[in-house]
Write a protein that binds this ligand. Structure first.
Ligand code: ZN
Length: 113
């Protein structure tokens, strides 16, 4: 239960700290990345509290995480150049990548605890 709560609290804290101007949108976009757990539907059993998700589920593998790093980092270039007052597409893509990386980090905690 704490694990699930962290999936809501950590993105909220990150959005409130780093993206204060857009904190609501940044939070919602990061929360939406929890859809990545749809890959659990491919596993049998679908939920196993003793299983480490990282490296097991297709969207929780090293290759997927590398893509999430790119989604998080590449938009930073465009965000730095942007003079828009509103959150841009680059912001959205960045938050998707960031949300996915936070998700993987929190799932990874289950693998070491
Ligand atoms: Zn997960």
């Amino acid at each position: 239960m704490i694990h699930i709560a962290l999936h809501f609290v950590v993105p909220l804290l990150v959005a409130g700290t780093l993206y204060r101007r857009y904190w609501k949108r940044a939070t919602v976009v990061q929360w939406a990345t929890m859809i990545v757990d749809a890959d659990h539907l491919l596993a049998t059993p679908i939920y196993d509290p003793a299983r480490c998700s990282i490296g097991f589920h297709p969207l929780h593998t090293g290759l997927a995480i590398a893509v999430y790093v790119l989604l998080c980092v590449v938009p930073l270039v465009f965000m730095a150049r942007s003079e828009e007052k509103e959150a841009s597409v680059a912001h959205m893509v960045h938050w998707v990548g960031l949300g996915l990386l936070i998700h993987m980090a929190l799932d990874g905690l289950d693998c070491v605890v």
